[in-house]
Design a protein around this ligand. Sequence first.
Ligand code: AVI
Length: 325
Amino acid sequence: MKAEEGGQFRLHDFNPGQDCFLAEVLSGLRKSPKELPSKYFYDEHGSSLFERICALDEYYIPSTEAAIMETYIEEMVELLGPGVLLIEYGSGSSAKTRILLDNLRELAAYVPIDICREQLWCAARELVSVYSGLEVLPVCADYTNSFELPLPGQPSERKVVYFPGSTIGNFDPVPARHFLEHVAGVCGPGGGLLIGVDLKKDPGVLHRAYNDGEGVTAAFNLNLLERINRELNGDFQLERFEHYAFYNPGEGRVEMHLLSLIDQTVHLDNVAIPFARGESIWTESSYKFTLDEFEQMAGAAGFKVEKVWTDERQWFSVQYLVNTE
Ligand code: AVI
């Protein structure tokens, strides 16, 4: 781990790896059906495309979640209590966290964790200038692997992990449970998890959310191939692939794919990868839950659902889970 000084903060860098990127891309493209891990969407350009997705009308998640947070922030502050060490997984620009940073009482410190170093660095710089006196301890890491959390200067009453945006939906069910078990271990007995969970709804709404009119989601999906070209010396021709996203009701998930428009061979690190016309690379799953389904999964991971807040349409939920072990 490397620590880099940023004036009023130190960035703890676990160097989320280039070696893993190549190995995971090659192993995914050798599978049948082909797949790529969605965590690799978030290079600098991918992160800024994701910010644009979050501003789209069709992509209801950020606005619905923000409205829930604004409506119920006082109840949340009451439940979480004072002296929290707030840890955020996949913090990005930390924009959604502002409402918690503005309202939580006597915050011990804030630990934003993200795989995208540039975005993490900018967010931390911004936060220390806006919240004077707040200890910000940024960690650059792939949070699906284990790593050590930095120690805050001040003791905390409890650890609370914040995991908004329904990113939990990007894990398949078994890894999702393992991830929740890992979070339960991080926050410890009496600690909590404040999590955004997207709910099952009309498939038409879901279809529009992942097939926006401006094509930003398509660009976000295709950027993964551009990243592979740039960082792994690949020769994907982007115009030969097409974004394809749909809701799979049997599995309760939106699937995103990249479809090959022709028979072709792509090279990457001197490995030839053949594609048939119409063949797909599965790039992301986005699971949607009923409240019962999520409660069951959380329970299996050692969490009790303490409180659920939803919007009027019941499209999205913010939930506070406590580790009861
Ligand atoms: C980050 N994650 C919760 C988003 C989602 O909805 O699954 C990523 C995304 N993919 C396409 N649009 C947004």
